[in-house]
Design a protein around this ligand. Sequence first.
Ligand code: SF4
Ligand code: SF4
Length: 107
Amino acid sequence: MDEKKKKPAAKKPPVSPIIFTERCVGCGTCMQFCKHDVIEADAEDGKPRIKSPWNCPVGCRTCARLCPTGAATFQDEEFFITYLKKRLSSRPPAVQNDTSRREKQYQ
Ligand code: SF4
Ligand code: SF4
């Protein structure tokens, strides 16, 4: 097939985090644990900045989960939590109980 006639691959919408630099304490955790080369240190202040917003796999929220100050977050965080709660509440009670038992193990 002629290479010129190929349609360009559609880009996924960016699902990268937002970094609120005023909340960031520069601990570097988000950069250390991101395995997809999305975040890099700013040359001036060393704080994280998004380099490759399309590299985040859908569902990865490692940086937001590990950020101690909530500086790394997602625009749709509320939507995501509501979605998860809804999915969990629609499970059979046995599964819900199992989930809450496991949650208690880690508290
Ligand atoms: S969501 Fe995952 S892949 Fe994206 S920046 Fe955070 S740790 Fe990296
Ligand atoms: S984990 Fe949070 S506080 Fe630490 S560098 Fe990243 S955004 Fe800043």
